[in-house]
Design a protein around this ligand. Structure first.
Ligand SMILES: [Zn+2]
Length: 143
């Protein structure tokens, strides 16, 4: 892994978590901090799915590379992924904090999976949906 593609300047470290690996803050981060760009392989296949892929819209998915492929889910996450669109259908994904993060705290995002992909959630947040699922699709799984 080259220095320029995943610089050691990123304020995160990948460590063992309760669910495999997780991404942890190396220092405290303010709300709305741009943590880093999520890089990886772009896949143009509407049927593509994997444990880590992120939808980019249309038929495009991103298979994220280290370290952000290890971002875990929370129903009340401290981070979110922002998609920046550029001309020529080019876009970049960036991880931003949406809450203040302490040094050593795990960074998490809301996976918002569709109902057919949902699995039970163990995030432990007070408002846990019980499933890793898009809140809009929650009535489908309860039905
Ligand atoms: Zn949850």
């Amino acid at each position: 892994m080259s220095r320029s593609s995943q610089g050691p300047h990123l304020p995160v470290v990948v460590r063992q978590s309760v669910v495999g690996f997780g991404v942890y803050a190396r220092r405290c981060l303010k709300r709305n901090t741009r943590v880093g760009r999520i890089r990886g392989q772009i896949i143009d296949d509407v049927g593509y799915s994997s444990d880590y892929c992120m939808e980019l819209g249309g038929s495009l998915s991103l298979e994220p590379s280290y370290p952000f492929r290890y971002l875990n889910h929370s129903c009340e996450p401290n981070c979110e992924i922002i998609q920046w669109e550029y001309e020529g259908n080019r876009s970049e994904l960036w991880l931003h904090t949406r809450l203040p993060v302490e040094a050593g705290e795990e960074l998490k995002i809301d996976y918002s999976w569709p109902a057919e992909s949902a699995i039970p959630c163990l995030c432990g947040s007070p408002n846990c949906r019980g499933w890793i699922i898009d809140p809009i699709e929650l009535p489908l799984i309860r039905a």
